[in-house]
Design a protein around this ligand. Structure first.
Ligand code: IPE
Ligand code: IPE
Ligand code: MG
Length: 220
């Protein structure tokens, strides 16, 4: 039973930095490097189709303006500087979430990267940006014409697949509005490791323990 879709709540950047005497923003900077490392690793594994990374939630706008501004700059820088990472590793890039909240510059770079990588169909990295599962469901409901059933809802979501593995780093045990519909039968993994310290070794341990889990989907 191999994992098709892995979703990660990349949490613990700020606390990790603070505990080491750095500013919270330093944690985000290192966190972006870890995102790259885990993404290229997943692309190379070959059995993972989709990796969905929670980068900015619909609720994260509540943070101090200085942190939000830093995250916006970091996002643009990442999308710009990692172009070669996507292309060299055959990674398709997609963004999910309500992108209309971002600057034109960021939106343009997102579109550019999506188009540039659209022909890589073996592996896709989804970045969840201004993403909230409730907002995604609300937007899906608005788009449905005709009867509402599970299929029509699923079809209109930003991500229409099922999540097999949901990982949250950083010690908290909650979903924080991430992929609520798609994770209905996901296997959950909570790690105390803050995201800047998360690595391939721990990721592989989680994959191993996923293989040992018995998924019943309500049956016997
Ligand atoms: C996750 O790390 C990254 C974002 C939400 C952008 P946090 O910034 O939430 O770090 P902690 O949880 O405060 O340590
Ligand atoms: C979830 O982390 C969002 C991202 C990782 C992008 P938060 O740090 O925002 O979640 P809460 O506030 O602890 O629930
Ligand atoms: Mg957090």
């Amino acid at each position: 039973m191999s994992a098709k879709t892995v979703a990660i709540i990349m949490d613990g950047n700020g606390r990790w930095a603070k505990q080491r005497g750095f500013k919270r923003t330093h944690g985000h900077k290192i966190g972006a490097e870890v995102a790259r490392e885990i993404t290229t690793h997943c692309a190379k594994r070959g059995d993972i189709k989709n990796l969905i990374l929670y980068a900015f939630s619909t609720e994260n706008w509540k943070r101090p303006k200085s942190e939000v501004d830093f995250l916006m700059k970091l996002l643009y820088k990442y999308l710009k500087e990692e172009e070669q990472t996507y292309v060299c590793n055959n990674i398709r890039f997609r963004a999910i979430g309500d992108l209309s909240a971002f600057s034109k510059k960021v939106q343009k770079q997102i579109k550019h990267l999506e188009t540039l990588t659209q022909h890589f169909t073996n592996f896709t990295q989804y970045l969840a940006l201004n993403y909230g599962a409730r907002d995604e469901l609300k937007r899906a409901f608005e788009k449905i014409e005709g009867s509402i059933d599970e299929q029509s809802i699923t079809k209109h979501l930003d991500f229409s697949g099922e999540v097999d593995i949901l990982i949250r780093t950083g010690g908290e045990k909650r979903l924080s509005n991430f992929l609520l519909w798609q994770s209905a039968y996901a296997e959950l993994f909570f790690s105390d490791t803050p995201w800047p310290e998360f690595g391939i070794k721990e990721f592989e341990k989680i994959m191993e323990s996923f293989e040992k889990r018995e998924r019943r989907f309500g049956g016997l």
